[in-house]
Design a protein around this ligand. Structure first.
Ligand SMILES: [Ca+2]
Ligand SMILES: [Zn+2]
Length: 452
């Protein structure tokens, strides 16, 4: 009898262990029930009678434990579901803002334009034209000429002192008064400012043209000779009457500078200097000092950010909540994998991208996938547009374990984006082939799914 009673106690203590899962108060209640049951054990009755009497109590205990366990499980799943929903919403919001999901979208906003034979007279008749210049060497460098009505703008001047010659030869087709109303130097790297300086034999841009307004980077860490020469030539231009402003002067409407310039006198085309924090803050990355320019023509917007990289782009996006979607974007930093970040692209959703670079040149990197325009850059822009054009293509040769630059050729050549009364036209001095359809691309890059 005692053994059987022990057995009965063992059973109830087993149930009691199970009850632990039912929460503290339930466990306590069930323990009480079992204690009560044990107290009701009547030694005057035989085991079967006792068993029958106590089964009800034990069964109630077991049911209660199972109910408590179910309740706990239910609670667990409700909490899990709530956590998952919150995580989903948070990741969704952050991802949408950061553009993590953009590669899933195939954009249908690719630019529709007339592709015309390169024709100076026709381009001159356009209300606005933006020219991405081919600089005639295998070095990467930026130079963009813009004509808005009678106003001439030059943004950067190529990578070599001699680039000035190439630039002037081109610009003189359009600028007939030898006066550049606006000259912008985005940052102090050689591939952007060398042509402003010139050589003993060939005048630089500052000497060659009357420069009415010079807008330059607010900060620099540069100590190079080309930078010193740039400063000397800029000062000479200032003595001859040029207004010299920094980008920070412009965004603050300070020292005579303006944030927004009316380029045509009737407000039909404006140029705005956009704020980004590296106009004021120091950085070891010179590229992030780049002056950012937004040209607006009616409902159309064109964005040029020099060599701005990820961190500068983040600041640009955060500081300019009204930054619009753009019809044209100058491929940031020559198409480097460090520019055109997902958050910038998500904001501006470019319909056309023009890149000043020598495609595939190993001047800046020996890693072939990172040569301009880099594979990662291409992967990020592809969902927005396949209207991507590049001025020049390089030729490289194997050199031991590495590669060297051995030549160059025009890819699209000089690229002109023009717009008159809302009608966009593009002109190419060499070819109108999209990047994705070039031999260089087929041989050197993996085609993103949105371009297939
Ligand atoms: Ca002029
Ligand atoms: Zn550059």
């Amino acid at each position: 009898m005692a053994n059987k009673s022990d057995g009965g106690n063992k059973k109830t203590s087993g149930s009691s262990a199970k009850k632990k899962s039912g929460g503290k108060s339930t466990t306590k209640a069930n323990v009480n029930r079992v204690v009560k049951a044990a107290k009701k054990y009547d030694t005057s009755k035989n085991f079967k009678e006792n068993k029958d009497a106590l089964t009800g109590i034990v069964a109630a205990t077991a049911t209660s434990a199972s109910r408590a366990s179910n309740k706990k499980q239910k609670k667990f799943f409700i909490v899990l579901t709530v956590i998952l929903i919150i995580a989903f919403v948070v990741i969704g919001c952050v991802g949408y803002y950061k553009g993590w999901f953009d590669p899933l979208i195939i954009s249908d906003n690719t630019l529709k334009f007339n592709s015309n034979t390169y024709d100076v007279a026709a381009i001159k008749n356009e209300q606005l034209s933006i020219h991405f210049l081919e600089l005639g060497n295998n070095f990467t460098g930026d130079s963009v000429y813009i004509k808005a009505g009678e106003t001439d703008i030059l943004i950067d001047a190529g990578s070599r002192a001699g680039s000035a010659e190439t630039i002037a030869e081109y610009v003189d087709n359009y600028c007939t008064d030898n006066k550049l109303e606006y000259v912008i130097a985005t940052h102090a790297h050689q591939d952007h400012i060398a042509g402003f300086v010139g050589t003993k034999e060939a005048q630089g841009i500052f000497d060659r043209y009357e420069c009415e307004n010079i807008i330059q980077f607010s900060r620099t860490n540069a100590t190079s000779q080309v930078y010193k020469d740039f400063c000397a030539k800029r000062d000479q231009a200032q003595q001859k009457g040029a207004n010299v402003y920094t980008a920070l002067d412009c965004v603050n409407n300070a020292n005579g500078a303006q944030k927004v310039y009316d380029l045509t006198g009737d407000g039909s085309v404006t140029m705005e200097i956009l704020y980004q924090k590296y106009y004021e803050q120091e950085t070891s990355n010179e590229n992030n000092y780049s002056v950012c320019v937004l040209i607006t023509q009616g409902d159309n917007h064109y964005l040029l950010t020099g060599d701005l990289e990820d961190s500068g782009e983040t600041s640009l996006v955060n500081s300019n909540p009204d930054l619009p979607e753009v019809q044209l974007y100058k491929g940031g930093h020559h198409g480097s994998y460090t520019a055109a970040s997902a958050s910038l692209l998500h904001k501006i959703k470019p319909q056309c991208i023009c890149i000043c670079c020598c495609a595939g040149s190993v001047e800046y990197t020996k890693k072939l996938e990172n040569t301009f325009p880099a594979q990662k850059f291409i992967n990020r822009i592809a969902p927005y547009t396949d209207a991507v054009y590049v001025t020049t293509v390089g030729e490289i040769e194997k050199n031991g374990d590495s590669y060297k630059d051995v030549g160059f050729a025009s890819l699209n050549g000089n690229i002109v984006y023009a717009c008159t009364n809302g009608q966009v036209s593009m002109y190419f001095s060499e070819s109108d082939v999209k990047l994705k359809d070039t031999e260089w691309f087929k041989n050197n890059r993996t085609c993103p799914s949105s371009w297939k």
